[in-house]
Ligand binder design. Structure first.
Ligand SMILES: [Zn+2]
Length: 67
């Protein structure tokens, strides 16, 4: 089965973190989850991530981050 996309809704770099944090809207639970996205906003590290919610149908497949 295909891996769904997760759209990035916020990109931020907290001063306390070494990495950019990407907030996505989860295709499984519709809540927001944050993932590390590389060390600068110009060169985001996208691609596949494990879902942060483990109790949703198919959520073990994860998703692909898209802008
Ligand atoms: Zn979720």
């Amino acid at each position: 089965m295909d891996i769904p996309n997760a759209t990035i809704v916020q990109i931020r770099k907290p001063h306390s973190e070494d990495v950019v944090l990407l907030t996505i809207k989860c295709p499984y639970c519709n809540k927001k989850h944050s993932h590390g996205g590389g060390d600068n906003k110009k060169d985001l590290l996208l691609g596949h991530r494990d879902s942060h919610c483990k109790n949703q149908p198919n959520s073990n497949k994860g998703y692909n981050l898209v802008t």
